[in-house]
Structures are given as structure tokens and as C-alpha cells.
Design a protein around this ligand. Structure first.
Ligand code: GLA
Length: 336
């Protein structure tokens, strides 16, 4: 068959404009290296790392906004929406927050004062630019019967830190949509715990408006039925849903192979089928889902290169290493 020269490439976000926004996680390098691709195909942006606590607030009296500001400026220039990521997390959070100058743990009140000052400063700075925040990230324990994972937050403040963070974020920007965000969100046991947490927040009148399904998935798991059940369960709380960090790894969770310099034809075909099925499912639930954000823009740069296997490349997104649309791209834009 003749190849079709200059086949015109639809904008990904326009292909879904009747359903939900299409976002990408970006950083100050990718907005330059993949700036054209990002500007064309995505209508919503998330800072990959630059708005995390450790990036913005390395010492009590020091805020470092330069990198985050570059991303916000790019979003403004190109008229993109922005999600904020993330206010409270057990990772990438500066040690000073939890400690007195002599290294002793701070009191709960002091931790809350510091959190308030962080949230006020950050959320108000980007009030005009950011319409939704991941307020609390990943507090649920993956395994076992415990609801919450151990963390400095839990140790010092007890479980009340979660409600506190939402209240502070709501005070700082009453218009912002506030999300609870987590991974393994479609695993039935963890799903039920996330549901329990968010339901109890709602029952206490805490301002939580949405659940972020991180959606770090692969070609084999989670099963579509589990994704469907998770969407339905979270939506039953009357909350808005977003996929916040979607990627489709080519490797099973426990696959340790590191021998591939490029994906096989079979892997590409499987990924195409998977992406097509996923987007069909997501569209069924478009009345609940407001945005689908990929954790990256194209396969040349993804956090899954080197993770969890050092030296292993991965190809989890819809655009290839040269920023060309993959078969998966065509399957999702031409879905019927
Ligand atoms: C989690 C976080 C993201 C990012 C990914 C891995 O999902 O929410 O900010 O760090 O891990 O890159």
C-alpha cells in the first residue's frame, strides 16, 4: 500500500473535545524539546516535579518558583489549562518541614502552621492559572488492613492532616477543584480503601471535589473490568474524576527484561489494542471524567525509562521518540 504523504494529523485534544480534556505532564526541558507537540496536542498541563514541596520550598524562608513559573508561562502563552501537583505527599517533601532546628520532630500545630503558609503561598500565587489541585497524594496503604500508609504526616499529626490540607487549600482558593490522587486505584482492595477515605472526608464536610486516578497502567493490567468498577465506585460518591498520570507501560509489573532497544511489532500492536479499549471505556464514562492527563508527552522522555529497571527503555505514550504519532494515537483518535 502506498504510504499517505502528509496525512494530516488531528490534534489529540480536539479529537476528545466532546468528552474530556487531554493533558500532559511537562517539565522545563520538555516544553522546549517537545514544545510544538505539547502545544498542538494537549490542552491541559501538569508540572511533572516543579510544584512539589521539595521543588518549591527547600527551606522555611526560601521559595523557588523559577521552574514552575516557566511551565505556567508556557501554559499562558498557549492558552492551556493547568492542574496543580501536589500539596501533601510523603515523597519529595523537604525534611525541614517536619523538624525543629535541632532535629526534633515539630508539634502538630507547628506542622499545620507551616502547611498553611505553604499552601497559601503556592495556591494563591497560581490562582489565575491553576483550576484544580492534587491536594493529597498517595496516603492509602497498598497492602494489608491499615487504611493509611506510614508517613511523617501521620506520625506527627495523626489522620487529621488529610482533612486539614483540603480545608487550607479551599481557603486559599475557594474556586479550585480539589482532588485526592492515588495509584493502584483500580486494584479492588486499594480502591475500596480510597473510597472509604474519601467518603469519610465527604461525611465530615471536607471540601474534596474529585478523585484522581493516576492510571500508571501497563498492557496487561489492570483489567478493564477493574478499571470500570473503580470508576463507578468513585463516581458513586458524586465526585468528578480525572485520570491524572496515564501511561501504558509495555512491561508487566514483574517483567525484568532489559534487552530491547525498541518495541517489537507485537508489543506495538498490543499497546494499540489496549489504548483503543481504554479510551472506549473512558468515553463511556465521560459524564464523570473531566480530564485524561498523560504522564509525559512522547516516548523520548518518560519516567519509565530506567524505572523500575535501570537501563531499560519503555514506550508508554501515544507519540514516539521522534514525536510522530504511533499506531496507538491513530487507534484512539479513530475509535468508533
Ligand atoms: C507518582 C507521583 C508523580 C510522579 C510519579 C512517578 O505517581 O504522583 O508526581 O512522581 O509518581 O514519576
Amino acid at each position: 500500500m502506498d504510504s499517505i504523504p502528509n496525512r494530516s494529523i488531528p490534534k489529540l485534544h480536539e479529537a476528545f473535545q466532546a468528552s474530556f480534556d487531554i493533558g500532559a505532564a511537562v517539565n522545563p526541558r520538555t516544553i522546549i524539546q517537545a514544545g510544538e507537540l505539547i502545544a498542538k496536542h494537549y490542552n491541559s498541563l501538569t508540572a511533572e516535579n516543579e510544584m512539589k514541596f521539595v521543588s518549591l520550598h527547600p527551606a522555611e524562608d526560601t521559595y523557588t518558583f523559577e521552574e514552575a513559573d516557566k511551565i505556567v508561562a508556557f501554559a499562558r502563552e498557549h492558552g492551556k489549562k493547568m492542574r496543580g501537583h501536589t500539596l501533601v505527599w510523603h515523597n519529595q517533601t523537604s525534611d525541614w518541614l517536619f523538624q525543629e532546628a535541632d532535629g526534633r520532630p515539630v508539634s502538630r500545630d507547628k506542622l499545620y502552621d507551616r502547611l498553611k503558609s505553604h499552601i497559601d503561598t503556592v495556591v494563591k500565587r497560581y490562582k489565575e492559572d491553576i483550576y484544580a489541585w492534587d491536594v493529597v497524594n498517595e496516603v492509602i496503604a497498598d497492602e494489608g488492613s491499615e487504611l493509611l500508609r506510614p508517613s511523617k504526616w501521620l506520625e506527627i499529626a495523626g489522620p487529621g492532616f488529610i482533612a486539614k490540607a483540603f480545608e487550607l487549600a479551599h481557603e486559599a482558593d475557594p474556586k479550585a477543584q480539589l482532588f485526592y490522587n492515588d495509584y493502584n486505584e483500580s486494584n479492588p482492595a486499594k480502591r475500596d480503601k480510597i473510597y472509604r477515605l474519601v467518603k469519610s472526608l465527604l461525611e465530615q464536610g471536607v471540601p474534596v471535589h474529585g478523585v484522581g486516578l493516576q492510571a500508571h497502567w501497563n498492557m496487561y493490567s489492570p483489567e478493564l473490568d477493574d478499571i470500570r468498577a473503580a470508576i463507578e465506585k468513585y463516581a458513586s460518591l458524586g465526585l468528578r474524576l480525572q485520570l491524572t498520570e496515564l501511561d501504558v507501560s509495555m512491561f508487566r509489573h514483574d517483567d525484568r527484561r532489559t534487552d530491547l532497544a525498541s518495541p517489537t511489532a507485537e508489543m506495538l500492536e498490543l499497546q494499540e489494542q489496549r489504548y483503543e479499549a481504554l479510551f472506549k471505556l473512558l468515553e463511556e464514562y465521560r459524564s464523570h471524567i473531566d480530564a485524561v492527563t498523560f504522564w509525559g508527552a512522547a516516548d523520548d522522555y518518560t519516567w519509565l525509562n530506567d524505572f523500575p529497571m535501570r537501563g531499560r527503555k519503555n514506550w508508554p505514550l501515544l507519540f514516539d521518540e521522534k514525536h510522530e504519532p504511533k499506531g496507538s494515537f491513530w487507534r484512539v483518535v479513530q475509535r468508533s
